[in-house]
Write a protein that binds this ligand. Structure first.
Ligand SMILES: Nc1ccn([C@@H]2O[C@H](COP(=O)(O)O)[C@@H](O)[C@H]2O)c(=O)n1
Ligand SMILES: C[C@@]1(CO)OP(=O)(O)OP(=O)(O)OC[C@H]1O
Length: 159
């Protein structure tokens, strides 16, 4: 059996706006996240965790930020690609765990919807997907509400 662990980390800065997209869910907020794509920081970290487990580089290698094709793209495109690549290489994704780091918005009320969205996109069972959150106790750039950070791990198994 071949068991792989991957990690991913991403940050997006806030800009003016009225919602953020986190793990596939549109969450009303008094700011938006800035990015070449929809800036779904959680989904980017998860996608990078899968690429990492496969030793397939990172999201920017597969979807360069310099490519206008990805301007405003829905980040499920990136996650679906990583999942497909894993399956093509004979791996099943055993679990995904993602932590969103921000003071606001509060993630708790949206966590189930986020896990449901990730289950739909990946084809994984809900009980293998975890989305949670922490503040940084008002410290650093997340504490100053300048942006949101996300960290993720993924375990891949080839029987
Ligand atoms: N954006 C966030 C941040 C935190 N939570 C929830 O609050 C709990 C306490 O956060 P601390 O940083 O004070 O440990 C945390 O465990 C989450 O359940 C949240 O929902 N959204
Ligand atoms: C997702 C991509 C797509 O162009 O762009 P961004 O939305 O800016 O996201 P980031 O995590 O900064 O970089 C990775 C890029 O591949």
């Amino acid at each position: 059996m071949d068991i792989r662990l991957g990690n991913g980390f991403d940050v997006h800065a806030f800009e003016e706006g009225d919602h953020v997209v986190l793990c596939g869910v549109k969450v009303p907020h008094d700011k938006a996240l800035k990015g070449h794509s929809d800036a779904d920081v959680g989904m980017h970290a998860i996608t990078d965790a899968i690429y990492g487990a496969l030793a397939e580089g990172d999201i920017g290698r597969h979807f360069p930020p310099s490519d206008p094709q990805w301007k405003g793209a829905a980040s499920e495109i990136f996650l679906k690609h990583a999942v497909l690549l894993a399956r093509e290489k004979g791996f099943e994704i055993s679990n995904i765990d993602c932590t969103l780091i921000c003071e606001r918005p509060k993630v708790g009320p949206h966590a189930t919807a986020m896990m449901d969205a990730l289950a739909q996109i990946t084809g994984m069972a809900m009980d293998r997907i975890s989305v949670k959150a922490t503040t940084s106790e008002r410290l650093g750039f997340t504490g100053r509400e300048e942006g949101i950070a996300a960290i993720a791990t993924a375990t891949l198994v080839k029987p």
